[in-house]
Design a protein around this ligand. Structure first.
Ligand code: AMP
Length: 441
Protein backbone atom coordinates (compact mmCIF):
# COMPACT_ATOMS: atom_id res chain seq x y z
CA UNK A 1 0.00 0.00 0.00
CA UNK A 2 1.53 3.32 -0.96
CA UNK A 3 0.73 6.99 -0.37
CA UNK A 4 -0.35 7.12 -4.04
CA UNK A 5 -3.70 5.65 -3.05
CA UNK A 6 -4.61 8.85 -1.20
CA UNK A 7 -6.00 11.72 -3.28
CA UNK A 8 -3.26 14.18 -2.31
CA UNK A 9 -1.98 17.24 -4.14
CA UNK A 10 1.40 16.80 -5.88
CA UNK A 11 2.87 19.41 -3.51
CA UNK A 12 1.85 17.34 -0.49
CA UNK A 13 3.28 14.22 -2.12
CA UNK A 14 6.54 16.10 -2.56
CA UNK A 15 6.58 16.68 1.20
CA UNK A 16 6.06 12.97 1.88
CA UNK A 17 8.99 12.29 -0.39
CA UNK A 18 11.14 14.87 1.44
CA UNK A 19 10.31 13.11 4.69
CA UNK A 20 11.52 9.86 3.11
CA UNK A 21 8.33 7.87 3.75
CA UNK A 22 7.58 5.10 1.29
CA UNK A 23 4.54 3.48 2.88
CA UNK A 24 1.85 4.80 5.19
CA UNK A 25 1.88 3.49 8.76
CA UNK A 26 -1.30 1.77 10.02
CA UNK A 27 -2.64 4.94 11.65
CA UNK A 28 -2.01 6.88 8.45
CA UNK A 29 -3.78 4.21 6.40
CA UNK A 30 -6.81 4.30 8.64
CA UNK A 31 -6.98 8.01 9.39
CA UNK A 32 -6.03 9.86 6.23
CA UNK A 33 -9.11 8.89 4.13
CA UNK A 34 -11.74 9.84 6.78
CA UNK A 35 -9.91 13.06 7.67
CA UNK A 36 -9.76 13.98 3.98
CA UNK A 37 -13.50 13.32 3.84
CA UNK A 38 -14.00 15.84 6.64
CA UNK A 39 -14.87 13.42 9.47
CA UNK A 40 -14.04 14.07 13.10
CA UNK A 41 -11.61 11.48 14.40
CA UNK A 42 -10.78 9.89 17.72
CA UNK A 43 -7.33 8.38 17.37
CA UNK A 44 -6.26 6.12 20.20
CA UNK A 45 -2.65 5.78 19.29
CA UNK A 46 0.58 5.22 21.05
CA UNK A 47 3.62 7.34 20.59
CA UNK A 48 5.80 6.80 17.51
CA UNK A 49 3.03 5.49 15.27
CA UNK A 50 3.23 8.27 12.70
CA UNK A 51 0.18 10.18 13.88
CA UNK A 52 1.61 13.62 13.05
CA UNK A 53 1.57 12.88 9.33
CA UNK A 54 -1.81 11.16 9.77
CA UNK A 55 -3.41 14.48 10.67
CA UNK A 56 -1.04 16.95 9.00
CA UNK A 57 -1.10 15.59 5.44
CA UNK A 58 -4.91 15.92 5.18
CA UNK A 59 -4.70 19.37 6.79
CA UNK A 60 -2.21 20.51 4.14
CA UNK A 61 -4.46 19.01 1.48
CA UNK A 62 -7.46 20.97 2.80
CA UNK A 63 -5.53 24.24 2.91
CA UNK A 64 -4.35 23.81 -0.67
CA UNK A 65 -7.71 22.68 -2.04
CA UNK A 66 -9.61 25.71 -0.68
CA UNK A 67 -7.31 28.70 -0.34
CA UNK A 68 -8.22 31.07 2.46
CA UNK A 69 -6.76 33.49 4.98
CA UNK A 70 -6.01 33.43 8.68
CA UNK A 71 -5.15 30.64 11.09
CA UNK A 72 -7.07 27.73 9.59
CA UNK A 73 -5.63 24.82 11.54
CA UNK A 74 -4.79 24.76 15.24
CA UNK A 75 -2.83 21.93 16.81
CA UNK A 76 -2.69 21.81 20.60
CA UNK A 77 0.15 19.88 22.22
CA UNK A 78 1.11 19.43 25.88
CA UNK A 79 4.79 20.40 25.73
CA UNK A 80 7.05 22.78 23.92
CA UNK A 81 9.12 19.87 22.65
CA UNK A 82 6.12 18.20 21.06
CA UNK A 83 4.84 21.51 19.65
CA UNK A 84 8.24 22.22 18.14
CA UNK A 85 8.45 18.69 16.75
CA UNK A 86 5.02 18.94 15.08
CA UNK A 87 5.95 22.36 13.71
CA UNK A 88 9.20 21.00 12.26
CA UNK A 89 7.41 17.99 10.76
CA UNK A 90 4.87 20.40 9.22
CA UNK A 91 7.70 22.33 7.63
CA UNK A 92 8.99 19.13 6.04
CA UNK A 93 5.57 17.88 4.89
CA UNK A 94 4.59 21.36 3.71
CA UNK A 95 7.92 22.28 2.13
CA UNK A 96 6.47 22.67 -1.38
CA UNK A 97 3.04 23.96 -0.39
CA UNK A 98 3.72 27.53 0.69
CA UNK A 99 1.62 26.83 3.81
CA UNK A 100 3.00 28.69 6.81
CA UNK A 101 3.23 27.11 10.26
CA UNK A 102 4.04 28.94 13.50
CA UNK A 103 4.88 27.32 16.85
CA UNK A 104 3.60 29.01 20.00
CA UNK A 105 4.85 27.97 23.44
CA UNK A 106 6.04 29.48 26.69
CA UNK A 107 9.54 29.64 28.15
CA UNK A 108 10.82 31.77 25.26
CA UNK A 109 10.22 35.38 24.24
CA UNK A 110 6.77 36.26 22.89
CA UNK A 111 7.94 38.77 20.33
CA UNK A 112 9.31 36.39 17.67
CA UNK A 113 6.07 34.41 17.90
CA UNK A 114 3.90 37.52 17.66
CA UNK A 115 5.98 38.77 14.71
CA UNK A 116 5.61 35.40 12.97
CA UNK A 117 1.84 35.57 13.48
CA UNK A 118 1.79 39.05 11.97
CA UNK A 119 3.68 37.84 8.94
CA UNK A 120 0.91 35.29 8.49
CA UNK A 121 0.21 31.78 9.71
CA UNK A 122 -2.06 29.16 8.20
CA UNK A 123 -1.24 26.53 10.81
CA UNK A 124 -0.51 27.21 14.48
CA UNK A 125 0.99 24.52 16.69
CA UNK A 126 0.60 25.63 20.28
CA UNK A 127 0.81 24.80 23.94
CA UNK A 128 -2.39 25.93 25.67
CA UNK A 129 -0.93 28.44 28.16
CA UNK A 130 0.98 30.69 25.76
CA UNK A 131 -1.80 30.45 23.20
CA UNK A 132 -4.31 31.83 25.71
CA UNK A 133 -1.82 34.52 26.63
CA UNK A 134 -1.52 35.67 23.04
CA UNK A 135 -5.24 35.36 22.46
CA UNK A 136 -5.82 37.56 25.53
CA UNK A 137 -3.49 40.17 24.02
CA UNK A 138 -5.32 39.87 20.70
CA UNK A 139 -2.10 38.81 19.03
CA UNK A 140 -3.87 35.85 17.45
CA UNK A 141 -7.30 35.47 15.89
CA UNK A 142 -8.73 31.97 16.16
CA UNK A 143 -12.07 32.72 14.54
CA UNK A 144 -11.03 31.23 11.18
CA UNK A 145 -9.95 27.85 12.52
CA UNK A 146 -11.37 25.04 10.37
CA UNK A 147 -9.48 22.12 11.92
CA UNK A 148 -8.57 21.60 15.56
CA UNK A 149 -6.16 18.85 16.58
CA UNK A 150 -5.68 17.83 20.19
CA UNK A 151 -2.50 15.81 20.38
CA UNK A 152 -1.59 13.68 23.41
CA UNK A 153 -4.86 14.73 25.02
CA UNK A 154 -4.30 12.40 27.99
CA UNK A 155 -1.00 14.06 28.76
CA UNK A 156 -2.59 17.51 28.45
CA UNK A 157 -5.12 16.49 31.09
CA UNK A 158 -2.36 15.01 33.30
CA UNK A 159 -0.58 18.32 33.11
CA UNK A 160 -3.69 20.23 34.20
CA UNK A 161 -4.47 21.82 30.83
CA UNK A 162 -8.12 20.78 30.74
CA UNK A 163 -9.47 24.21 31.89
CA UNK A 164 -7.22 25.96 29.36
CA UNK A 165 -8.46 23.67 26.61
CA UNK A 166 -12.05 24.50 27.49
CA UNK A 167 -11.24 28.21 27.31
CA UNK A 168 -9.56 27.78 23.94
CA UNK A 169 -12.57 25.85 22.60
CA UNK A 170 -14.74 28.90 23.30
CA UNK A 171 -12.53 30.98 20.98
CA UNK A 172 -12.99 28.60 18.04
CA UNK A 173 -15.80 28.39 15.51
CA UNK A 174 -18.33 25.71 16.45
CA UNK A 175 -18.38 24.45 12.88
CA UNK A 176 -15.02 22.83 12.44
CA UNK A 177 -13.34 19.48 12.06
CA UNK A 178 -11.87 18.10 15.29
CA UNK A 179 -9.17 15.43 15.48
CA UNK A 180 -8.46 14.04 18.90
CA UNK A 181 -5.43 11.89 19.66
CA UNK A 182 -4.68 10.18 22.93
CA UNK A 183 -2.61 7.16 23.93
CA UNK A 184 -5.07 6.22 26.68
CA UNK A 185 -8.75 6.92 27.28
CA UNK A 186 -9.38 7.46 30.99
CA UNK A 187 -12.90 8.71 31.88
CA UNK A 188 -11.91 12.37 31.91
CA UNK A 189 -10.55 12.14 28.37
CA UNK A 190 -13.52 10.12 27.18
CA UNK A 191 -15.78 12.89 28.57
CA UNK A 192 -13.84 15.61 26.78
CA UNK A 193 -13.86 13.66 23.53
CA UNK A 194 -17.62 13.10 23.79
CA UNK A 195 -18.30 16.80 24.23
CA UNK A 196 -16.12 18.13 21.43
CA UNK A 197 -16.26 15.48 18.71
CA UNK A 198 -19.14 15.27 16.27
CA UNK A 199 -19.96 11.76 15.07
CA UNK A 200 -16.29 10.74 15.19
CA UNK A 201 -14.66 7.77 13.60
CA UNK A 202 -12.57 5.90 16.16
CA UNK A 203 -9.22 4.58 15.05
CA UNK A 204 -7.31 2.50 17.53
CA UNK A 205 -3.73 1.49 16.95
CA UNK A 206 -2.43 -0.80 19.66
CA UNK A 207 -3.83 -0.60 23.19
CA UNK A 208 -1.38 1.90 24.56
CA UNK A 209 1.32 -0.74 24.46
CA UNK A 210 4.76 0.14 23.14
CA UNK A 211 5.60 -0.85 19.56
CA UNK A 212 6.41 -4.54 19.21
CA UNK A 213 9.84 -3.67 17.85
CA UNK A 214 11.01 -2.84 21.38
CA UNK A 215 12.42 -5.50 23.69
CA UNK A 216 12.17 -5.10 27.44
CA UNK A 217 14.34 -6.16 30.37
CA UNK A 218 14.36 -5.52 34.08
CA UNK A 219 17.51 -5.22 36.17
CA UNK A 220 16.49 -5.77 39.80
CA UNK A 221 18.69 -3.70 42.11
CA UNK A 222 18.65 -1.97 45.48
CA UNK A 223 18.54 1.83 45.53
CA UNK A 224 22.09 2.16 46.87
CA UNK A 225 23.55 0.17 43.96
CA UNK A 226 21.64 1.89 41.19
CA UNK A 227 24.31 4.27 40.02
CA UNK A 228 27.04 1.63 39.97
CA UNK A 229 24.80 -0.77 38.11
CA UNK A 230 23.94 1.89 35.54
CA UNK A 231 27.62 2.66 34.99
CA UNK A 232 28.37 -1.03 34.54
CA UNK A 233 25.48 -1.36 32.06
CA UNK A 234 26.63 1.66 30.10
CA UNK A 235 30.15 0.30 29.88
CA UNK A 236 28.90 -2.89 28.31
CA UNK A 237 26.71 -1.20 25.77
CA UNK A 238 27.54 -1.78 22.15
CA UNK A 239 27.06 1.87 21.26
CA UNK A 240 24.25 4.03 19.90
CA UNK A 241 22.39 6.74 21.73
CA UNK A 242 20.94 6.13 25.16
CA UNK A 243 18.08 8.03 26.71
CA UNK A 244 17.96 7.70 30.49
CA UNK A 245 14.91 8.59 32.56
CA UNK A 246 14.84 9.78 36.14
CA UNK A 247 11.91 10.58 38.38
CA UNK A 248 12.82 14.17 39.23
CA UNK A 249 14.52 17.18 37.68
CA UNK A 250 17.10 17.14 40.42
CA UNK A 251 17.99 13.49 39.83
CA UNK A 252 18.28 14.14 36.06
CA UNK A 253 20.67 17.01 36.68
CA UNK A 254 22.82 15.21 39.19
CA UNK A 255 22.98 11.91 37.26
CA UNK A 256 23.99 13.76 34.08
CA UNK A 257 26.69 15.50 36.08
CA UNK A 258 27.98 12.20 37.49
CA UNK A 259 28.04 10.55 34.07
CA UNK A 260 29.85 13.57 32.65
CA UNK A 261 32.46 13.30 35.40
CA UNK A 262 33.39 9.78 34.32
CA UNK A 263 33.77 10.85 30.72
CA UNK A 264 30.44 10.36 28.99
CA UNK A 265 29.20 12.89 26.48
CA UNK A 266 25.96 13.56 28.26
CA UNK A 267 23.39 16.31 28.81
CA UNK A 268 20.33 16.63 31.02
CA UNK A 269 16.86 17.50 29.75
CA UNK A 270 14.58 18.70 32.49
CA UNK A 271 11.85 21.21 33.07
CA UNK A 272 13.96 23.80 34.89
CA UNK A 273 16.04 24.43 31.80
CA UNK A 274 15.13 27.32 29.49
CA UNK A 275 13.56 26.39 26.20
CA UNK A 276 16.76 27.31 24.37
CA UNK A 277 18.83 25.01 26.55
CA UNK A 278 16.33 22.20 26.17
CA UNK A 279 16.38 22.56 22.41
CA UNK A 280 20.18 22.68 22.43
CA UNK A 281 20.22 19.45 24.47
CA UNK A 282 17.89 17.70 21.99
CA UNK A 283 19.81 19.07 19.00
CA UNK A 284 23.11 17.97 20.58
CA UNK A 285 21.71 14.49 21.12
CA UNK A 286 20.41 14.33 17.57
CA UNK A 287 23.62 15.73 16.14
CA UNK A 288 25.95 13.35 18.00
CA UNK A 289 27.40 15.93 20.39
CA UNK A 290 25.94 13.80 23.18
CA UNK A 291 25.60 10.03 23.35
CA UNK A 292 23.42 10.15 26.42
CA UNK A 293 20.50 12.32 27.43
CA UNK A 294 19.19 12.14 31.00
CA UNK A 295 15.57 13.28 30.98
CA UNK A 296 12.46 13.62 33.07
CA UNK A 297 9.10 12.46 31.73
CA UNK A 298 7.60 15.83 31.00
CA UNK A 299 10.73 17.30 29.41
CA UNK A 300 11.14 14.25 27.19
CA UNK A 301 7.77 14.61 25.49
CA UNK A 302 8.31 15.09 21.83
CA UNK A 303 11.93 13.99 21.70
CA UNK A 304 12.06 12.66 18.18
CA UNK A 305 15.58 11.49 17.66
CA UNK A 306 16.31 8.64 15.31
CA UNK A 307 18.62 5.85 16.38
CA UNK A 308 18.01 5.74 20.13
CA UNK A 309 19.32 2.24 20.81
CA UNK A 310 18.41 2.14 24.48
CA UNK A 311 15.90 3.74 26.74
CA UNK A 312 17.06 3.17 30.30
CA UNK A 313 14.64 3.72 33.14
CA UNK A 314 16.99 4.65 35.95
CA UNK A 315 13.88 5.30 38.00
CA UNK A 316 10.69 3.36 37.44
CA UNK A 317 7.95 5.46 35.77
CA UNK A 318 4.82 6.19 37.81
CA UNK A 319 2.38 4.55 35.43
CA UNK A 320 2.32 1.97 32.67
CA UNK A 321 1.35 4.78 30.33
CA UNK A 322 4.46 6.75 31.24
CA UNK A 323 6.47 3.58 30.54
CA UNK A 324 4.90 3.38 27.08
CA UNK A 325 5.76 6.97 26.37
CA UNK A 326 9.32 6.63 27.60
CA UNK A 327 10.19 3.47 25.77
CA UNK A 328 8.43 4.71 22.61
CA UNK A 329 11.44 7.00 22.16
CA UNK A 330 13.33 3.98 20.92
CA UNK A 331 12.13 1.55 18.24
CA UNK A 332 10.18 4.26 16.42
CA UNK A 333 8.04 2.94 13.58
CA UNK A 334 9.96 -0.05 12.25
CA UNK A 335 13.27 0.30 14.09
CA UNK A 336 14.20 -2.03 16.95
CA UNK A 337 15.24 -0.80 20.36
CA UNK A 338 15.79 -1.95 23.91
CA UNK A 339 14.09 -0.71 27.03
CA UNK A 340 16.13 -1.48 30.14
CA UNK A 341 14.63 -0.76 33.53
CA UNK A 342 16.36 -0.68 36.89
CA UNK A 343 13.77 -1.95 39.32
CA UNK A 344 13.77 -1.82 43.09
CA UNK A 345 11.74 -4.35 45.08
CA UNK A 346 9.12 -1.70 45.87
CA UNK A 347 8.54 -1.11 42.14
CA UNK A 348 6.92 -4.55 41.78
CA UNK A 349 3.26 -3.31 41.59
CA UNK A 350 4.00 -0.98 38.70
CA UNK A 351 6.06 -3.69 37.00
CA UNK A 352 2.94 -5.88 37.10
CA UNK A 353 0.86 -3.11 35.49
CA UNK A 354 3.44 -2.70 32.76
CA UNK A 355 3.52 -6.44 32.14
CA UNK A 356 -0.26 -6.43 31.79
CA UNK A 357 -0.07 -3.70 29.13
CA UNK A 358 2.75 -5.49 27.32
CA UNK A 359 0.95 -8.82 27.59
CA UNK A 360 4.18 -10.48 28.55
CA UNK A 361 6.44 -11.05 31.48
CA UNK A 362 9.48 -8.83 31.33
CA UNK A 363 12.75 -10.67 31.36
CA UNK A 364 14.68 -10.23 34.64
CA UNK A 365 18.41 -9.96 34.17
CA UNK A 366 21.41 -10.07 36.44
CA UNK A 367 24.40 -8.19 35.11
CA UNK A 368 27.32 -10.63 35.02
CA UNK A 369 30.36 -9.80 37.12
CA UNK A 370 28.61 -6.95 38.82
CA UNK A 371 29.02 -6.95 42.58
CA UNK A 372 25.50 -6.94 43.99
CA UNK A 373 26.82 -7.20 47.56
CA UNK A 374 24.08 -8.56 49.79
CA UNK A 375 21.34 -7.91 47.24
CA UNK A 376 19.92 -10.87 45.39
CA UNK A 377 18.44 -9.82 42.02
CA UNK A 378 16.78 -13.23 41.68
CA UNK A 379 14.67 -12.88 44.80
CA UNK A 380 11.09 -11.85 44.03
CA UNK A 381 9.25 -9.63 46.51
CA UNK A 382 6.32 -11.36 48.22
CA UNK A 383 7.68 -14.71 47.13
CA UNK A 384 6.76 -14.14 43.49
CA UNK A 385 3.48 -13.01 41.96
CA UNK A 386 2.65 -15.61 39.42
CA UNK A 387 4.09 -13.42 36.65
CA UNK A 388 7.57 -14.68 37.07
CA UNK A 389 8.59 -17.21 34.46
CA UNK A 390 10.29 -20.25 35.85
CA UNK A 391 13.31 -19.20 33.82
CA UNK A 392 13.64 -16.07 35.94
CA UNK A 393 14.76 -18.24 38.82
CA UNK A 394 17.29 -20.21 36.84
CA UNK A 395 20.95 -19.48 37.16
CA UNK A 396 22.44 -16.71 35.08
CA UNK A 397 23.54 -17.91 31.67
CA UNK A 398 26.95 -16.46 32.27
CA UNK A 399 26.86 -13.58 29.85
CA UNK A 400 24.98 -11.13 31.98
CA UNK A 401 21.49 -12.08 30.87
CA UNK A 402 18.71 -13.92 32.51
CA UNK A 403 17.18 -16.28 30.01
CA UNK A 404 13.93 -14.75 28.80
CA UNK A 405 10.53 -16.33 28.79
CA UNK A 406 9.53 -14.21 25.82
CA UNK A 407 12.66 -14.10 23.70
CA UNK A 408 16.01 -15.77 23.68
CA UNK A 409 18.62 -13.45 25.12
CA UNK A 410 20.64 -13.71 21.92
CA UNK A 411 18.03 -11.50 20.26
CA UNK A 412 19.18 -8.47 22.21
CA UNK A 413 22.72 -9.01 23.23
CA UNK A 414 23.91 -5.42 23.28
CA UNK A 415 24.28 -5.00 27.01
CA UNK A 416 26.37 -8.08 27.44
CA UNK A 417 28.72 -7.42 24.57
CA UNK A 418 32.12 -6.16 25.56
CA UNK A 419 32.31 -2.44 24.97
CA UNK A 420 33.65 -1.49 21.60
CA UNK A 421 34.43 1.97 20.37
CA UNK A 422 32.17 2.62 17.43
CA UNK A 423 33.65 4.86 14.75
CA UNK A 424 31.45 7.80 14.02
CA UNK A 425 31.28 8.20 10.26
CA UNK A 426 29.72 11.65 10.47
CA UNK A 427 32.60 13.14 12.40
CA UNK A 428 35.97 11.47 12.26
CA UNK A 429 37.32 13.74 14.98
CA UNK A 430 34.96 12.01 17.38
CA UNK A 431 36.37 8.62 16.57
CA UNK A 432 39.24 8.87 18.93
CA UNK A 433 38.93 6.21 21.58
CA UNK A 434 37.61 7.60 24.79
CA UNK A 435 35.42 10.31 23.30
CA UNK A 436 32.25 8.33 23.63
CA UNK A 437 33.53 5.95 26.28
CA UNK A 438 34.44 6.91 29.77
CA UNK A 439 38.18 7.23 30.21
CA UNK A 440 38.08 5.41 33.49
CA UNK A 441 35.95 2.84 35.25
P1 AMP B 1 4.96 10.45 15.19
O1 AMP B 1 4.17 9.34 15.81
O2 AMP B 1 4.16 11.30 14.27
O3 AMP B 1 5.73 11.23 16.22
O4 AMP B 1 6.05 9.76 14.24
C1 AMP B 1 7.05 8.94 14.74
C2 AMP B 1 8.21 8.81 13.78
O5 AMP B 1 7.80 8.06 12.63
C3 AMP B 1 8.76 10.10 13.24
O6 AMP B 1 10.18 9.99 13.25
C4 AMP B 1 8.26 10.17 11.82
O7 AMP B 1 9.14 10.89 10.98
C5 AMP B 1 8.22 8.71 11.44
N1 AMP B 1 7.20 8.38 10.41
C6 AMP B 1 5.95 8.87 10.33
N2 AMP B 1 5.32 8.33 9.27
C7 AMP B 1 6.17 7.48 8.66
C8 AMP B 1 6.10 6.63 7.52
N3 AMP B 1 5.00 6.54 6.78
N4 AMP B 1 7.19 5.90 7.19
C9 AMP B 1 8.32 5.98 7.96
N5 AMP B 1 8.46 6.77 9.05
C10 AMP B 1 7.39 7.51 9.41
Amino acid sequence: MSFETFPLDARVRAGIQSAGYSEPTPIQLQSIPPILAGRDLLGIAQTGTGKTAAFMLPILQRLLANPGRGVRALILAPTRELAEQIHQATRVYGKRTGVRSVAIYGGVGKKPQVDALHRGADIVVACPGRLLDLAGERAIDLSKVEVLVLDEADRMCDMGFLPDIRRILKLLPVRRQTLFFSATMPDEIRGLADTILHDPLTVQIGVSAPPKSISHALYPVSSGLKKDLLLAMLQRRAGGRALIFTRTKHRARSLAKDLGKVGYRVEALQGNMTQNRRQAAIDGFRGNTYDILVATDVASRGIDVAGIAHVINYDMPDTADAYTHRVGRTGRVDKTGEALTLSQPEDEPIVRQIERVLGQTIERRRLAEFNYGGFNPESRPNGGNGHSPSSARRASNGNGHRPSAARPSASHPSVSRPSVSRPNPSNPSRNRPGRSRPPRR
